[in-house]
Design a protein around this ligand. Structure first.
Ligand SMILES: Nc1ncnc2c1ncn2[C@@H]1O[C@H](COP(=O)(O)OP(=O)(O)O)[C@@H](O)[C@H]1O
Ligand SMILES: [Mg+2]
Length: 285
């Protein structure tokens, strides 16, 4: 065990090591997410930008990880790699024990077809800073859309489930509203319900509250807190310290495309080991 007094501080990349509040979901077994030496470089020679480099993180099932770091540090790239939206240049990435983007056979890697990648992406829910709801569809229709179109669920069944999900995010009375008739916080809660409608194994959030007026942030965080309590595995890019501390089993701090430090949020937030983490936290706390 990496004690706080040990040279080098906490072991990098070891996250979700317990100590969090008990959750409803199943924990342990195959990690929900494993990144081993993952690197992503954007652009051709001359314009190459490192999105992330050599990132190693493991997140057990049913755990929540918060990701923090300055703008441009690679947080979105980190999520986009997990969601197969970016092809990685090095390393291995596993979701639920399965290699992302490749099939391994006899020690060799074979790239999956786009259709196979798309199929796997369905198991991962993603919520963005901007809610990206379909403007011409009601809240209910937005939530029903993917199950019907992508999974082939019957409309009546999808409608019933969508109504339940809207109730879960506190919007039962807004089912018939169009996005333009909803506040930013309400739209974001519809976006969360929409992601949940696909029964994801893993939920990724990319700064879900940073585009919201301050008074609307709380309701969205409450929904995410409830989701964490229910045992959903979640990776949340957020600068909401209270939320990270309360809901996160681990906190990953990134800078310059690498994981600088990770550990229990309580430890990282109160006793950061690295100068870059200390300097960042001193600016945002
Ligand atoms: N599509 C892209 N093309 C080229 N460079 C990109 C692209 N997306 C991100 N980058 C670069 O990768 C680095 C990490 O960006 P990003 O993951 O968006 O950081 P963050 O989310 O922490 O602000 C930055 O230097 C950024 O400019
Ligand atoms: Mg980002």
């Amino acid at each position: 065990m990496a004690g706080a007094g040990e040279a080098g501080g906490r072991a990098p990349g070891r996250v979700g090591r317990g100590g969090g509040r008990p959750r409803g979901g199943e924990r342990g077994g195959t990690p929900a997410l494993t990144l081993a030496g993952v690197a992503k470089v954007y652009g051709e020679d001359g314009t190459r930008v490192r999105g992330v480099g050599g990132v190693s993180v493991g997140i057990p099932r049913g755990c929540g990880a918060a990701v923090m770091g300055p703008s441009g540090s690679g947080k979105s790239t980190f999520l986009r790699c997990i969601n197969h939206l970016e092809k990685i240049n090095a390393g291995r990435l596993y979701v639920d024990g399965e290699l992302v983007g490749y099939r391994q056979r006899g020690g060799r890697l074979y790239e999956l077809k786009d259709s196979e990648v798309a199929m796997k992406r369905r198991d991962i829910g993603m919520v963005f800073q901007r809610f990206n709801l379909f403007p011409h569809m009601t809240a209910l229709e937005n939530v029903m859309e993917a199950p019907v179109q992508v999974r082939g669920v019957a409309k009546s069944e999808a409608r019933e489930r969508a109504a339940q999900l809207l109730e879960r995010v506190g919007l039962a009375d807004k089912a018939g509203n169009y996005p333009s008739q909803l506040s930013g916080g309400q739209q974001q809660r519809v976006a969360i319900a929409r992601a949940l409608a696909m029964d994801p194994k893993l939920m990724l959030f990319d700064e879900p509250t940073s585009a919201l007026d301050p008074e609307l942030v709380g309701d969205v965080l409450d929904v995410m807190r409830d989701l964490a309590e229910s045992g959903m595995t979640m990776v949340v890019v957020t600068h909401e310290m209270g939320f990270a501390r309360e809901v996160g089993d681990s906190l990953v701090f990134m800078d310059g495309g690498v994981v600088v430090e990770s550990g229990h949020p309580r430890d990282v937030l109160t006793d950061p080991q690295h100068e870059r983490t200390q300097s960042f936290l001193s600016k945002v706390l």
